[in-house]
Design a protein around this ligand. Structure first.
Ligand code: XS6
Ligand code: ZN
Length: 686
């Protein structure tokens, strides 16, 4: 069944450890796996997944990414004495060998390939491989950074070979640069590698010039390597999300992968001694969720780093819950990405401008003053990039009695449970209308008891219009029922068809505001809407065709596409670069998604939008459709049920005028909607 989630794990991979004293390696412990696996078990997540057995990788598979000499050398390690192992280890950086690590490394690859096979043959939709040793630093002929073989690189090559894939996306959200993956695919346009990583102008490990934003790939692979250097520690939700919205997702949609592999390291979470970032484990719910609409949902996450056992286990659980389709937690306080993050964002976009349509006509160039490269020189890092980490000002380390450096204890609240209502999707159609709804989707036949007050309001609205239509009253009562059921967690989301859309939107917004603080209304189409935006509780984003009169409110965001929402490239650009950033910042308790007749939006694009929006409001979406046509109803219901959206195909060219119009809109709005920033604010502004 293709809707399932796989976990690939074997305890055997806990059976190796550091056998001597090495401060650089002591954090890579077997408990990383037992803690992660134990958390999945105790949270009841494991039993909801399909457990897939690991296997050993064959020599042939290892040789996909490694040299024979290197494989032969590693093959000797199980027979080495302790002293030999130490000597062998010394030729590589920040890694250790153990008599059982070769066996575990073969299992780590085998686990990853088992996951790829299960996803590609549609036994499962997606999954996570919990493995040790990790892989993304390992190179053709070298172990490095706790990694022996490059699990994910081998997986991409294997998928290309065995499933004839033409486009594989690798997302490396680990806090370290997976230089091994970069080297493997640098000149290969069929594998797009994205990595963000702690860099601090090259003073952070592995201290490579090629980890910077200007390493974009080589030859035919130019444009297919994306590095986002973090030049400061402490990056948080806003920084991570803005890179997803303004860099990764636009490129990923343009690339249109057939498979998504994630180098899922969780040292980018708060509390990690290596990363020292500030994003709580909940961010991984969203990073995962935002990648799931790609490649028809084919997503394989493979563990890399993560050294704070609490943050690691919580982050693993958040990732798996998103893979399972549980409602994502709301993220509060999304607003201004920090200046250093914006500088990196701007530089990456500028470096990639020649290669990706989504960056083409946008006017922003690289940061000139002060440039990233220059500040490295100023800091004295260029001549001596391998500054000991202890000398860096951000490193606050305490010294314990044993003389060991102790990590400062960082605390954060435990993530809230992400419980799913018993019914995921309920659909309200007019009585007598037949519809073939996806399995598991509930049809709402009768409106539940509407409170007298609500009913009175509905009648008032109708009176304003000077008519009384029983069919309209019935539709509005059903819509109110859906909202009530969402509010009391009986259903997660809903769909209703309504005869009078402006009236339905008005009633829905008014009713929703009695129980949630903020509502996001996403309208696709040109009609004018009487939505009251005065108090900032309602944000209206309209994706339309007609140039609107300049809106008076910062809570009305009309995104105009010349050829209309049917232009998939323009539509996606609007969704990723404008809608999602403001939507996450608004942090609504309900999303009202409105599809109007004649908007021209393509069903597949609408399905993508529906999927993406479910990351907000804990999945509480009410989709309103103007007419009960079978096609749109079924497509919307399927997306609301969590079915991956169909392939959008090649996006085609973006209309330069549209891009310019969107840029203008961004400029008008970015003071209020800080998540729209894609460059360092010029001094004197803000
Ligand atoms: C100790 C420096 C340790 C080795 C880092 C290896 C990173 C492994 C990893 N202060 N440097 N990769 O998590 O993703
Ligand atoms: Zn790492």
């Amino acid at each position: 069944m293709a809707s399932k989630t796989a976990i690939v794990y074997d305890e055997e991979m806990t059976r190796y450890k550091l056998l001597w004293v090495d401060p650089a390696c002591k954090i890579e412990v077997p408990e990383r796996l037992t803690a992660s696996h134990g958390a999945l078990l105790s949270k009841g997540l494991l039993e909801r997944c399909v457990s897939i057995p690991v296997r050993q990788a064959t020599d042939e598979e290892i040789l996909l990414a490694h040299s024979e000499e290197y494989l032969e050398a590693v093959k000797q390690t199980p027979h080495m004495t302790l002293e030999d192992l130490m000597t062998f280890t010394q030729q590589y950086g920040d890694v250790y060998f153990h008599p059982n690590i070769f066996h575990c490394a073969k299992l780590a690859i085998g686990a990853t390939l088992q996951l790829v096979d299960s996803v590609m043959t549609e036994k499962v939709r997606n999954g996570l491989a919990l493995v040790r040793p990790p892989g993304h630093h390992s190179q053709r002929s070298a172990a490095n950074g706790f990694c022996v073989f490059n699990n994910v690189a081998i997986a991409a090559l294997y998928a290309k070979k065995h499933y004839n894939l033409k486009r594989v996306l690798i997302v490396d959200w680990d806090v370290h640069h997976g230089q091994g993956v970069q080297y493997c695919f640098e000149d290969d346009p069929s594998v797009l590698y994205f990595s963000w990583h702690r860099y601090e102008h090259q003073s952070f490990w592995p201290n490579l010039p090629e980890s910077d934003y200007d390493s974009v790939g080589k030859g035919k692979g130019a444009g297919f390597n994306i590095n986002v250097p973090w030049n400061k520690v402490g990056m948080d939700h806003s920084d991570y999300l803005s890179v997803f919205f303004h860099v990764l997702l636009p490129v990923a949609y343009e690339f249109n992968p057939e498979l998504v592999l994630v180098c899922a390291g969780f040292d980018s979470a708060i509390g990690d001694p290596e990363g020292r970032m500030n994003a709580t484990p909940e961010i991984f719910a969203h990073l995962t969720h935002l990648l799931m609409p790609l490649a028809g949902g084919k997503l394989c996450a493979v563990l890399e780093g993560g050294y704070n056992l609490t943050a690691l286990s919580q982050s693993v659980c958040q990732t798996v819950q998103s893979l399972l389709g549980d409602p994502a937690p709301q993220l509060a306080n999304i607003s201004f990405p920090c200046e250093s993050a914006l500088e990196s964002l701007q530089n990456v976009r500028s470096a990639h401008q020649p290669y990706w349509t989504c960056f083409k006509h946008s006017a922003v160039g690289a940061v000139s003053e002060p440039s990233t490269k220059r500040s490295r020189v100023e800091e004295g890092g260029a001549e001596n990039p391998q500054l000991p980490e202890q000398q860096q000002p951000e490193q606050q380390q305490l010294t314990g009695e044993s003389g060991d450096t102790l990590e400062e204890e960082i605390e954060w609240p435990e993530p809230l449970p992400r419980s799913a209502p018993p019914v995921r999707t309920a659909v309200a159609l007019p009585a007598g209308v037949e519809a073939s709804l996806p399995e598991g989707c509930q049809r709402l036949e009768e409106a539940t008891q509407t409170s007298d007050k609500t009913l009175e309001k509905i009648r008032d609205h109708l009176n304003e219009k000077g008519m009384k239509d029983e069919e309209e009253i019935a539709a509005l009562r059903k819509l109110v029922s859906l909202l009530d059921k969402m509010n009391c967690k009986e259903i997660r989301n809903g769909l209703a068809t309504v005869p009078d859309m402006p009236l339905a939107v008005k009633v829905a917004v008014q009713h929703a505001l009695t129980s949630v603080d903020r509502v996001l209304v996403v309208l696709v189409g040109d009609d004018e809407w009487p939505v009251d935006l005065h108090d900032g509780r309602v944000l209206l984003v309209q994706i339309c065709c007609k140039e609107p009169a300049t809106p008076k409110s910062q809570y009305h965001i009309p995104v105009c596409i010349k050829q209309g929402p049917g232009d998939v490239a323009g539509f996606l650009q609007a969704v990723l670069s404008l809608l999602l950033p403001v939507a996450y910042q608004h942090n609504p308790g309900l999303v009202l998604e409105v599809w109007t007749q004649g908007s021209g939006v393509k069903e597949a694009a609408w399905a993508q939008l529906t999927s993406l929006l479910q990351g907000l409001a804990m999945g509480h979406t009410l989709a309103l459709l103007q007419k009960s046509e079978d096609g749109p109803v079924r497509a919307t219901a399927a997306s609301l049920m969590g079915t991956p959206a169909p392939d959008l195909g090649p996006l085609g060219a973006l209309c330069p005028e549209d891009v310019q119009a969107m840029e203008k809109l961004r400029t008008r709005l970015e003071n209020k909607w800080e998540m729209l920033h894609i460059s360092v604010p010029t001094k004197g502004q803000d």
